[in-house]
Design a protein around this ligand. Structure first.
Ligand SMILES: [Zn+2]
Length: 358
């Protein structure tokens, strides 16, 4: 049943902190790119894609993710998916996003792309999206942890190539270094040098942890990588000392409930620890991760908060403010957006007939 609270949630101004550009390519664009580059996909239409996206486990997810990212072959492809991403932000009232992009996978597979091709496309798409849709996109470049630099398989970079690109592109919207991929068999500690170099250069630290593995992965991300936010982090719930630590430090978690269900981290929303973490006082944000791959959107995640986690209007307002305050926007922009958001909350409460509790 759709209520005024659902409409209020859809209209709320939002911030997204955990979404992968390559995982956010809309189905119609996946089909268009496959046609453009004469790539044979195992499916022919959008319904087929939805079926194809029924993941059996994380490994299966990564296989499909790699097929999709391989469809990006030219600077224009990167520009157009970034521009589409901006349009989708506007549609969902997402004012600002820190989107993760994985440059290394595009260079590792021999697609004939250079780092300059990647950033040219991203930057052009980001600028056009800002102009046409009034949205702002910043980038988190993430190291694919299973294709580690420590393997020494590639050359041309003096240190971790993702860190080099992230540092070189700080003036083109890169704000943080991430660590993605499957945690199993790829703990955080070997990436300490890469994160130290990034942090010394003024970048923020936002590794994935506590998704496929439990508390030890989150502790590693905090201690070895200086994590300022944790991508996922939900399995911190398994260690009360870690929950205490996260509450004390107010380290934001980038929680993606539907992603966790689709990849088998939890069987149902009822089993998901989001509400328990929230009630314990952990700093929770809600995000969509790879929305079309999970048949989701950020607006639907806000709906999930209402339908499965008992969120009311004040809690929804808090969750969007949490994301804003945990973002890496400059303080002046953050304060201006917060004023906008508070004004919008009052207007939207009146519009949807919800009592103002402030
Ligand atoms: Zn992610």
């Amino acid at each position: 049943m759709t209520t005024s609270l659902h409409h209020f949630a859809a209209d709320l101004p939002k911030i997204e902190l955990h979404i992968h550009l390559e995982g956010a390519i809309l189905p119609r664009t996946v089909l268009k790119l496959a046609k453009r580059h004469s790539v044979d996909l195992p499916v022919a239409d959008e319904e087929g894609l939805r079926q194809w996206y029924r993941f059996t486990d994380f490994k299966h997810f990564i296989e499909i993710y790699l097929v999709i990212q391989d469809l990006l072959r030219t600077p224009e492809d990167f520009e157009s998916v970034t521009y589409d991403f901006g349009r989708e932000m506007q549609r969902q009232n997402i004012r600002y996003a820190e989107a993760t992009f994985t440059p290394f996978t595009h260079l590792w597979q021999d697609k004939g792309l250079t780092p300059a091709d990647l950033i040219a496309g991203l930057d052009a798409g980001r600028r056009r999206a800002a102009r046409d849709f009034g949205v702002e996109i910043a980038w988190v470049l993430d190291i694919p942890r299973n294709l580690s630099f420590a393997d020494g398989e590639y050359t041309g970079f003096a240190s971790d190539p993702t860190v080099e690109m992230a540092l070189a592109w700080r003036d083109r919207g890169v704000v943080a270094l991430g660590l993605g991929g499957n945690e199993v068999g790829a703990p955080p500690e070997p990436f300490a040098h890469a994160f130290a170099a990034a942090r010394a250069g003024g970048l923020h630290s936002v590794p994935h942890a506590g998704e496929m593995l439990g508390p030890e992965s989150v502790w590693g991300a905090i201690r070895a990588l200086g994590a300022e936010r944790i991508g996922h982090g939900v399995r911190a719930i398994e260690d009360p000392a870690l929950v205490d630590y996260l509450v004390r430090q107010q380290t934001p978690l980038e929680v993606n409930p539907t992603s966790n269900l689709c990849l088998g981290v939890y069987p149902t929303y009822d089993a998901h620890p989001l509400r328990r973490l929230w009630d314990a006082g952990v700093y929770v944000t809600v995000n969509s991760d790879d929305p079309p791959l999970f048949n989701a959107t950020l607006n639907q995640e806000y709906r999930v908060l209402i339908d499965y986690f008992g969120f009311d209007a004040a809690m929804l307002e808090q969750i969007t403010l949490n994301a804003l305050r945990a973002s890496f926007l400059p303080a002046v922009k953050k304060e201006a957006l917060e004023r906008d958001f508070l004004t919008a909350f009052a207007v939207l409460r009146a519009k949807h007939g919800l009592a103002d509790s402030r």
